[in-house]
Design a protein around this ligand. Structure first.
Ligand SMILES: Cc1cc2nc3c(=O)[nH]c(=O)nc-3n(C[C@H](O)[C@H](O)[C@H](O)COP(=O)(O)OP(=O)(O)OC[C@H]3O[C@@H](n4cnc5c(N)ncnc54)[C@H](O)[C@@H]3O)c2cc1C
Length: 476
């Protein structure tokens, strides 16, 4: 069957490489079957999915390799260097920026066979897992022992621990439990030259720049994460749910800012703009909705929820009780109508950015109006989630039915990224860069920042065998 690819040709991987890899992992764990090549050719980058629904794929891999151990990966990378084969790591394939697209004759390294729970240390509150474990299975292992990692992304059922680390992911309960970089204490990484790096799990150390941080967000370009030790929490004793109507995004951001300034740490905080409040909760009073979930030890939770109520009401917030929180909890893994809209010619995507509180409301207004002004736009809406004492993540969803899909997609992204940068925000909070967002990295990091990343890449991976064409332009 002839499959059209629009980013790069399938290319070729030397047959000797494939044969040698089969000796390492076993013939049954190297697939060249067309259905596997197609299945592993793309992640959840929505524009790529749009095109695939209309008969084109971004690219195709030459083989899908599924190792079981880090020793096998070491062997594979040794041959990848010898035969100059690009290796693209694949966790759950839920990344949304094309990070797993196999450029120019790559082999996919599917990590999902490396999926074991290894240990739980109840005294130190840490647990160790292989990196290919799917998030929901990781949580199940912990939950039945009385613990949670507290990282619950919307993609819990289709993303892996290694993918979370590689993209600097965050979960819905991040305001209390932290983001992935707060949770990972140690890890095992196979470096591009095949050497094994073990970063030992301690709460902190002062031994030079943090090597762990080199791989948190490297998107598979600097090493393959094979194991990680993460912090865990006892399951909460009590949960309190609260929601409020507030006059505007600006007022709501200020309420959350004051709550967090006072040391409260609700697990979930979300501000839905008017459009999302209408869509989610059938809000009819033209108001913004804010929801909170506090959980943990009963005395702390009681105190925290009373602080939240006091500050929200001082700012004119009308308490709406638990209902809206329950609606959100029911819908929180639902991916909505995106696949159906795209089948009908619609373009749908989401963009998450981050700023300080002082810029948050201005960034929101500017970004929404810039994206709405693009020809073909039907709907642009947003919510804030993932809060810090200093600022918050703004998450925008857009839908268009344009005459020229690629033009609309590119113009909308450009409008969003430029609005973010002129309001002093950062272009990604947790989805990462992948393939699609590389075009904005110069503006985000500056020429020296990009060059520094390129130099690090070249130093670690001189043959450029790991996830070519992602994160930053090659620069060679
Ligand atoms: C419906 C939906 C909801 C989402 N919700 C959230 C959310 O709430 N929070 C959030 O942060 N993200 C979210 N995402 C984005 C995505 O789930 C995350 O980026 C996730 O971390 C990707 O994990 P994965 O295992 O699927 O990685 P993949 O998509 O397989 O890979 C992502 C990148 O990491 C690399 N990689 C994967 N595994 C490894 C490894 N072991 N070692 C080195 N590199 C590796 C890949 O090469 C690629 O560059 C969502 C996506 C979808 C589709």
């Amino acid at each position: 069957m002839e499959i059209k690819t629009f980013l790069s040709d399938k290319g070729e991987v030397p047959s000797e490489f494939v044969e040698k890899v089969k000796h390492i992992v076993g013939e049954e764990n190297v697939s060249e079957r067309e259905c596997d090549l197609i299945s592993y050719s793309l992640d959840y980058w929505l524009y790529g999915i749009f095109l695939s629904q209309h008969g084109e794929l971004p690219s195709l891999p030459c083989a899908v390799i599924s190792p079981r151990t880090h020793e096998e990966i070491q062997g594979i990378l040794k041959y990848a260097n010898e035969y100059k084969v690009n290796i693209t790591p694949f966790g759950g394939g839920s990344g949304v920026l094309g990070g797993t697209i196999p450029m120019e004759g790559s082999a996919i390294l599917n990590l999902q066979r490396m999926n074991k729970f290894i240990s739980l240390d109840e005294m130190s509150l840490v647990a160790e897992f292989e990196a290919g474990i799917i998030g929901a299975n990781l949580e199940r292992e912990l939950n039945h022992r009385g613990y949670s990692m507290g990282n619950i992304p919307q993609s819990l059922y289709c993303s892996t621990l290694g993918g979370w680390i590689a993209t600097r992911a965050v979960g819905q309960f991040s305001t209390k439990y932290g983001k992935i970089e707060d949770m990972v204490l140690g890890m095992e990484v196979v470096l591009p030259d095949g050497n094994l790096l073990n970063i030992k799990p301690v709460p902190r150390r002062s031994t030079g720049p943090s090597l762990k941080d080199l791989f948190l967000g490297a998107e598979g370009t600097l090493g393959i994460v094979t194991k990680a030790v993460v912090s865990v929490h006892p399951l909460p004793e009590v949960t309190v749910k609260q929601s409020f109507n507030l006059a505007s995004v600006e007022v709501a951001c200020d309420v959350v800012r004051r709550i967090l300034r006072g040391d409260a740490k609700p697990a979930v905080v979300r501000i839905f703009d008017v459009a999302e409040s209408e869509r989610y909760f059938e809000e009819t009073e033209n108001k913004v909705t804010v929801i909170f979930i506090s959980e943990g030890e009963p005395d702390f939770v009681a105190l925290e929820s009373s602080v939240i109520e006091k500050i929200a009401e001082e700012s004119g917030g009308e308490s709406l009780g638990e209902d809206r929180v329950n609606i959100w909890l029911e819908k929180r893994f639902d991916i909505g109508a995106a696949p159906i809209l795209m089948q009908r010619g619609g373009i749908v995507d989401t963009i998450e950015v981050v700023s300080l509180f002082k810029d948050a409301a201005r960034l929101y207004d500017d970004m929404i109006s810039a994206m709405k002004a693009v020809e073909g736009a039907i709907s642009v809406s947003g919510h804030f989630s993932h809060f810090y004492r200093e600022g918050a993540c703004l998450y925008i969803t857009f839908v268009g039915f344009p005459k020229d899909p690629m033009r609309y997609y590119k113009d909308t992204w450009t409008a969003a990224m430029e609005a973010t940068l002129r309001n002093d925000g950062s272009i990604s909070h947790h989805h990462g860069i992948g393939y699609w967002r590389i075009q904005f990295m110069q503006q985000e990091l500056g020429a020296s920042g990009v060059e520094l990343l390129q130099r690090i890449k070249f130093a670690l991976d001189p043959n450029g065998i790991l996830n070519r064409g992602k994160l930053v332009e090659d620069g060679r």
